[in-house]
Design a protein around this ligand. Sequence first.
Ligand SMILES: [Zn+2]
Ligand SMILES: [Zn+2]
Length: 181
Amino acid sequence: MRVSLREISEIQTTVAFEIPAERFPVLREISRRGEAAFPGTVQSRLSIQRVSGLIEVEGRVSCTARLSCARCLAEFDYPIEAAIRLAYARRPPEAAFPAEPARVDPEEADLLAFSGDELDLAEGVQEQIVLALPIRALCREDCRGLCPRCGADWNRGPCDCPRETEAGPFAAPGKRKAPGR
Ligand SMILES: [Zn+2]
Ligand SMILES: [Zn+2]
């Protein structure tokens, strides 16, 4: 996701990318750990502009994450659609630590450092995808989950296991509250 600095001016230019998700190191690592898979491409449409010494990038990024439901374990596709807003500043020549890009102003837009004559947008884009992943993946909001006894998928209908009351499995059936007097 490299853009030559020659193409970036004070006049906003729009660039569009469609890149296989596996080309993003962080997404590949998440897949390797089995937390989510990214079967398709990452699409992004970004406006780039020079604004008072910085390069501002704004737009949208989307892809599909394949997750497994925390309740019923079924795999499902989760569409990710995230807004992106980044600002890049040229790294001062004396700063020779290319390991981590400097983040100066976390309040407004993330300020990332670049050097050379190209801007690589991949890191900022993959970060937005990771932030857009749900903390608790559910195939749907009202997923009923699996029966803890027989493992049946309650989304497909009830199983034959005895129904447990609200009080739990050890509450004696029919036991009534003593009359409070
Ligand atoms: Zn589910
Ligand atoms: Zn059951």
